[in-house]
Design a binder for this molecule. Structure first.
Ligand code: NAD
Length: 368
């Protein structure tokens, strides 16, 4: 068989359960290398608290440059109580923020999928949630989390004022909306854009610019505008009305967490953060499960590796153009759930409880 060119993938396991779940991702990459004639060059690096312990820095320049050179970065999770009292610049999360900022990862994609086998894990009624498959696209590098001026300042009457600035430009809105429209083309052709145009000028601009891009380049996609507070309500009332939701950094932070919890299973949900393409068409990207480092279960071989394994599948699909292999992983996960295997977090009666590594092995066995 013809071998495809070497493609660099950087694994950053991080802290807590990160190394346990990323070990299962590595097993799958090695399986793909061996059995699908792929030629991934797999590198690893320290980030977060573990990097601080060794280098007094949550991410070293060496690891950062490896990330710059990779076609995709797959990260486990960072943080934990051991590092909670460090000064801000040394905290594990700074590694994540540096990667997002320097790799210019402006679009965060979070699917909220309800696996049919796990309908009962949701707090919503099965008929509302069953078959749910939505994608939230959150703008990640602009808006109120980055806008200037910002700060806490004294004011005349002895009080203090906290200030943040919510601002977006046409190009910032267009590049994230374009990601949403392109995704919709491969899905159900529907985009809902959310803002607060009733009370915010930046929201008026958001709505107008998304509409303008739609009218110019994506006329065939159905576009709907919705106020962000209404969207929060509609996600609980009738989430299946949505296909792709695109929104800014602040509203996206909240709406994507809400959508994730609709499915009731934190250990199953992946995410992708995508950057701009350079002149060679190469796009920077980072993939990670949405859960954190879960210090309460770290080192016990009970963490659910599925969110990380599905993050790998997103990397294959969005960064490496390997849709067939991505589909293979997605259906292997479905088959394992069909067989009744469950990690502790999604365990229910009459199912078989397995640990992290057995779950990974079972998924590999279904790839064959
Ligand atoms: P968490 O997501 O780590 O854990 C929340 C709960 O879900 C815990 O009970 C945990 O055991 C469980 N859980 C999470 N992932 C699981 C999995 N794969 N399998 C089984 N159970 C799982 O959130 P938290 O407790 O709020 O945060 C813990 C640490 O993680 C903190 O230091 C926080 O800052 C950090 N964190 C990191 C990231 C990231 O790296 N992207 C994201 C969120 C939180």
């Amino acid at each position: 068989m013809i071998k495809v060119k070497k493609r660099k993938i950087l694994l950053l396991p991080g802290d807590g359960i990160g190394p346990e779940v990323i070990a299962e991702v590595k097993k799958i990459l090695e399986w793909l290398n061996k059995n699908k004639s792929l030629d991934f060059e797999i590198e690893e690096g320290l980030v977060g608290g573990i990097s601080y312990d060794k280098h007094k820095n949550p991410i070293t320049d060496e690891v950062f440059y490896k990330a710059l050179e990779s076609e995709a970065v797959i990260l486990g999770a960072v943080g934990g109580p051991k590092w909670d009292n460090l000064e801000f610049a040394k905290r594990p999360e700074r590694a994540l923020l540096k990667l997002r900022k320097e790799l210019k990862l402006f679009a965060n994609l979070r699917p909220a999928i309800c696996f049919k086998q796990l309908v009962d894990a949701s707090s919503l009624k099965p008929e509302i949630i069953s078959g749910l498959d939505i994608m939230i696209v959150r703008e990640l590098t602009g808006g109120i989390y980055f806008g200037e001026p910002r700060g806490i300042m004294p004011i005349e009457n002895g009080e203090r004022k906290g200030l943040n600035t919510h601002s977006y430009t046409t190009s910032e809105i267009h590049r994230v909306a374009r990601v949403a429209f392109e995704l919709a083309k491969k899905r159900k052709n529907k985009v809902t854009s959310c803002e607060k145009s009733n009370v915010m000028e930046a929201g008026v601009l958001w709505k107008e610019e998304v509409q303008a891009l739609h009218d110019k380049e994506f006329k065939k996609i159905e576009l709907k505008h919705m106020l962000a507070d209404n969207c929060a309500m509609q996600l609980l009332r009738d989430p299946k009305q949505f296909d792709v939701i695109v929104t800014d950094n602040l509203f996206g932070d909240i709406l994507s967490d809400e959508a994730a919890m609709l499915t009731g299973s934190l250990g199953l949900l992946p995410s992708a953060s995508l950057g701009t393409k350079d002149k060679n068409g190469k796009m920077r990207s980072m993939y990670e499960p949405i859960h954190g480092s879960a210090p309460d279960i770290a080192g016990k071989n009970v963490a659910n590796p599925i969110a990380s394994i599905l993050s790998l599948s997103m990397a294959l699909r969005y960064s490496l153009d390997l849709d067939t292999e991505a589909n293979l992983i997605d259906s292997a996960v479905q088959k394992v759930l069909d067989d009744g295997l469950r990690t502790k977090d999604i365990m229910s009666s009459e199912k078989k409880e397995v640990g992290t590594s057995v779950m990974g092995d079972a998924i590999i066995s279904k790839l064959k």
